[in-house]
Design a protein around this ligand. Structure first.
Ligand code: ATP
Length: 321
């Protein structure tokens, strides 16, 4: 009911409480109660005349109507589901996907208690500070091509962040979004596929937004949008921009022109890097990145070695990037 009242307030300049009560089939007092709840959550709603309401401003809360209003996408975020706290948005969305959720379904959470990175590592999403988002993709492509979706997701997020903030974000191979040498966002794709057919791909991302006190264990490598911009950045605007960028990125992949954009945003290409695998590490120059997500590194001994995203971490020789 709260969402329904909010949607009504978003759709018109002035909403009559009486009319809204009639269309919703509830009493005026019930509508007033919802307006009070919204005000308590930080919505600025003016009372106009005797029983009219006018929405002046919205807080940066993850609520479905705030994402959906005038979004302008065809598939990305056409269904949005927000949670206060989940273990992992990827896990929640995988379950919805197995129950038949549609291409473009978006799951958001204000807090993740068990967020994961690559190779089972943890991803921190303290309450209210970040965006934990997972977008469901049902691509019509061979499973062997799925790695390009991982590159595409990083392009969509980099473009979305740049559109809202103007920050010079770059992509650290394979798909971390960084700004001024520190990590703003991590991405984890998971898929359900057989040899021939992709059932679904869940593209998950954790974006640091209002994280102004960086937890100690990631202090050396992490940053947030508020820190980089020096002002509060709207999570809602970032999510909406990322959804729009996801549709543009899908188009780029379909037309075979994603790589030029990915490579232009790469913070790794052409740089001296240290490749850290489970069994061995080596250094060299990042020479090329292919559509299948592999990174080719020219080692100091002159040999060209290809590494895959699932197997190694890459660091800059002078620091994180
Ligand atoms: P790396 O960033 O170490 O090169 P990676 O790309 O494999 O490696 P991911 O698996 O994407 O990293 O993310 C997990 C790592 O990210 C964790 O080990 C932790 O160091 C770091 N991390 C966890 N939470 C955050 C956060 N909110 N912001 C930035 N970094 C984080």
């Amino acid at each position: 009911m709260l969402n329904e009242v909010l949607r009504a307030l978003q759709s018109e300049e002035i909403v009559s409480g009486g009319e809204l009560a009639r269309t919703m089939g509830v009493t005026r007092a019930a509508v007033w109660k919802q307006v009070t709840l919204l005000r308590e959550r930080g919505f600025n709603i003016e009372t106009v005349g005797r029983q009219g309401y006018h929405l002046i401003s919205c807080p940066d809360l993850l609520m479905e109507p705030l994402i959906e209003h005038d979004l302008g996408t065809v598939w990305a975020g056409q269904r949005v589901i927000c949670y206060d706290s989940v273990d992992s948005t990827n896990r929640v969305l995988k379950k919805l996907a197995s129950e038949g959720a549609e291409h473009g379904t978006l799951v958001l959470a204000d807090e993740q208690t068990g967020g994961r990175g690559r190779r089972g590592r943890g991803w921190l999403t303290p309450k209210g500070t970040s965006i934990a988002m997972s977008l469901l993709l049902r691509p019509d492509m061979h499973p062997s091509r799925v790695p390009i979706l991982s590159l595409g997701t990083s392009v969509a997020i980099a473009k979305g962040i740049n559109a809202v903030t103007g920050l010079p974000v770059r992509i650290k191979w394979p798909n971390d979004i960084i700004c001024n040498g520190k990590k703003l966002c991590g991405i984890l794709l998971e898929m359900d596929a057989n040899e021939e057919h992709v059932e679904y791909v869940v593209a998950g991302a954790g974006i640091n937004v209002h994280l102004t006190e960086i937890p100690e264990e990631i202090q050396a490598t992490a940053t947030s949008l508020d820190i980089e911009c020096g002002r509060p950045v709207s999570r809602i605007e970032i999510i909406r921009a990322v959804l729009r960028a996801a549709e543009e990125t899908e188009q780029m992949i379909r037309e075979g022109r994603l790589m030029e954009t990915y490579l232009a945003l790469s913070a790794t290409l052409g740089r001296p890097v240290s490749v850290q695998g489970v069994r061995e590490s080596f250094t060299g120059i990042a020479e090329s990145i292919r559509e299948d997500g592999t990174l080719a590194v020219r080692t100091d001994a002159g040999e060209l070695r290809e590494v895959m995203a699932g197997d190694v971490s890459v660091r800059g020789l002078m620091g994180y990037v």
